[in-house]
Design a protein. Sequence first.
Length: 79
Amino acid sequence: MAHLEAPVHWMSNVQTLWNDHGVRLFVEVGPGDILSNLIADTLPDPACIQTCLPAAELLTCKTALAQLFVQGSCRFRKS
């Protein structure tokens, strides 16, 4: 219950990732783009990738993987 009643420190956590850890690429896993929009409202120029938009779920997931690959954040291995 304490977790449910505790405040969420969204802005300070996102700003810490940006300022202290140099995170510039955020990946939202799950339906929609709510967190990506919050990040865009919090930071000056973030890159946000959504992995799952309900209207085009499969295409969106594949596009997100392709974007990660291009960014050098995802590597595929042959089996």
